[in-house]
Write a protein that binds this ligand. Structure first.
Ligand code: SF4
Length: 229
């Protein structure tokens, strides 16, 4: 099949997954009904999403966590960074990306002349998995809808997906990060730029240059968007 067609099918799949995460299980058949159903969709603020999450025990990760790492940053951020899940430092402090990998992320953000406070930072899951293992499918299924609601509340123009897990979940693909980085994808009208996770960069510093190139691409895309508007 034509590569373009495959990409459109993948985008459509990812959009349907996104709607499912938002609690929409069926689509109306006609355009008119579609308009009506959109007007019925109430969007939550970040505060409301946090309130709904509460002292979440929706998956088994609640058992060993110390804190829920909801996410932080500018509620109207144009750029969101999404990683995999909290590690030790994040679990202790209740904030995303505050350990060594977080310090590197701060430098990455600053390399495109932004500060952490100007972007929004979150993860696919909000509680630390034991021994930092990968999140399991049932855990993602329970937690991901809240990230989708956060994205809806913030409405960023661009998402930088950090690492395999974030990129695969957002784009609903099994492709490796090496095949995804350096490219741009559409996620319900939001541009997604996958790149390596800062923790991977700490172990493989020779890959930093590729991340610098990826975030430069984000910066250029946002600058072009400013010129258009
Ligand atoms: S990982 Fe998400 S769904 Fe699971 S307990 Fe934590 S907040 Fe709830």
């Amino acid at each position: 099949m034509d590569q373009k067609v495959l990409e459109i099918i993948a985008d459509l799949k990812s959009y349907l997954e996104y709607l499912r995460g938002m609690g929409i299980e069926a689509l109306p058949a006609t355009g008119r009904e579609s308009e009506d159903s959109h007007s019925n969709l109430t969007l939550q603020t970040l505060e409301e999403v946090r309130k709904e999450l509460g002292d979440c025990r929706r998956c088994k990760l609640h058992r060993a966590r110390r804190t829920i790492v909801f996410g932080e940053g500018n509620e109207k951020a144009r750029l969101m960074f999404i990683g995999e899940g909290p590690g030790y430092d994040e679990d202790v402090q209740g904030r995303p990306f505050v350990g060594k990998a977080g310090q590197l992320l701060t430098k990455i953000i600053q390399s495109i002349h932004l500060e952490r406070e100007e972007v929004y930072i979150a993860n696919i899951i909000k509680c630390r998995p034991p021994q930092n293992r990968n999140p399991e499918p049932d855990e993602i299924e329970s937690c991901y809808p809240f990230l989708l609601k956060q994205i809806q509340a913030i409405q960023p123009k661009v998402i930088c997906a950090l690492g395999t897990f974030a990129a695969q979940t957002l784009l609903n693909t099994n492709a490796k990060i090496t095949a995804l980085r350096g490219r741009v994808f559409d996620f319900t009208g939001i541009k997604v730029f996958p790149t390596y996770h800062p923790a991977f960069l700490l172990r493989n510093p020779e890959r930093k240059r590729e991340v610098w190139e990826d975030v430069k691409q984000i910066s250029e895309w946002m600058a072009n968007k400013d010129e258009d508007s």
